[in-house]
Write a protein that binds this ligand. Structure first.
Ligand code: NAD
Ligand code: TYD
Length: 335
């Protein structure tokens, strides 16, 4: 089996590639990534020389390049992680979100049709459903995105479903809740909070800190993607949840306790505009139909995560200093 992973130099994609090479040993992986500000090949340093793995730099919205990539490689499946993924950045400038998340997905769908690729997994998010006060969204709930980021993801989801309806493009969509774990870019709440505290700085908490997110350990998300890849049906949507809903302030308190710091290292700052109050998913479908469930307990996995950032200070310090951007040139371009 040969798979194309787009966005494999990012947080979830790099965890996914590592798990594939560990647990699906006959598979070959092509990692296609534009290396935007958050694409970091240091995330895959340990597997760089693996013969089953190849990296190609490029943009999923670049039609010609995607076409030649698909023509050269006889692929069995594509897993699309490539995206602009940070809500705050989408508020500052939505255009890269539209190009990558919407146009890029369309280019991949066209490629799947042209080269008759048998499976396309589109990795989406719970944020497409918008905020919910009580209860949880199922796969049949309406989409009601609240940020430019989630609007771009919802547009891509609808495009995937339209391609299934029109061309029978074999696409399955996954919608997962907030991930945490190793190699997450330290602009997102959990790695930002840990690295700030390790540098003796307070954690910025938006608004009243009572917004709720459901948290899943990244490895559990990757295992759910294995199930969808191997057993999922085309044209179907699968919600993936961590079943660990917490307010942001709870998350920060847990992190401060794990880091052995006083609970007052918090800065309440101006709220994010249009800040979704609560995300919540019902994931009975993937549990019942594909037999998936998360393996990690929230408290244990949070401890693993804090330990990882403690043990990999130079990884996030190089990101904060912008030095990780030179890694690609040194390792791949011999500069
Ligand atoms: P990330 O921002 O860490 O990584 C995104 C990767 O995509 C980077 O390596 C980047 O260089 C690459 N990329 C961006 N634009 C590209 C383009 N035009 N062509 C090729 N590569 C490009 O993101 P992440 O947190 O790993 O998220 C991966 C996917 O999972 C995204 O689609 C996101 O919407 C989805 N998702 C994330 C979460 C979460 O909590 N992080 C939850 C649910 C779903
Ligand atoms: P984030 O990690 O950006 O993920 P998302 O917005 O996609 O859910 O943020 C998680 C929550 O934490 C969200 O409610 C915004 C909040 N937040 C803060 O309070 N402070 C911060 O510095 C960041 C980055 C996020």
């Amino acid at each position: 089996m040969k798979i194309l992973v787009t966005g494999g130099a990012g947080f979830i994609g790099s965890n996914f590639i590592r798990l594939v090479l560990q647990e699906r040993t006959p598979w070959e992986v092509v990692n296609f990534d534009k290396l935007t500000y958050c694409g970091n090949l240091e995330n895959l340093k340990d597997i760089q020389g693996d013969k089953r793995y190849r990296f190609v730099r490029g943009d999923i919205a670049d039609r010609q390049l995607v076409d030649s990539l698909l023509a050269e490689n006889h692929l069995d499946a594509i897993i699309n992680f490539a995206a602009e993924s940070h809500v705050d950045r989408s508020i500052l400038d939505a255009s890269p979100f539209m190009r990558t998340n919407v146009e890029g997905t369309m280019v991949l769908l066209e490629g799947v049709n042209k080269y008759k690729i048998k499976k396309f997994i589109h990795v989406s998010t719970d944020e497409v459903y918008g905020s919910i006060t009580k209860g949880s969204f199922s796969e049949l709930s309406n989409l009601s995105p609240g940020s430019p980021y989630s609007a771009s993801k919802a547009a891509a989801d609808l495009l995937c479903l339209a391609y299934w309806n029109t061309f029978k493009t074999p696409v399955s969509i996954t919608r997962c809740t907030n991930n945490y774990g190793p190699y997450q870019f330290p602009e997102k709440l959990i790695p930002l909070a840990i690295s700030n505290v390790l540098e003796g700085k307070a954690v910025p908490v938006y608004g009243d800190g009572l917004n709720v997110r459901d948290w899943i350990y990244v490895e559990d998300h990757c295992r759910a993607l294995f199930e969808v890849l191997e057993k999922g049906k085309p044209g179907e949507v699968y919600n993936i949840a961590g079943s660990s809903e917490k307010t942001n302030i709870d998350i920060v308190h847990i992190l401060l306790r794990l880091l052995g710091q006083k609970q007052d290292m918090i800065d309440f700052v101006k709220d994010r505009p249009g800040h979704d109050r609560r995300y919540s998913l019902n994931d009975r479908k993937i549990r019942k139909e594909l037999g998936w469930k998360p393996r990690h307990d929230f408290n244990e996995a949070m401890k693993l995560t804090v330990d990882w950032y403690r043990e990999h200070e130079s990884w996030w310090q190089r990101i904060r200093a912008g030095e990780y951007l030179k890694y690609y040139e040194k390792m791949y371009l011999n500069r």
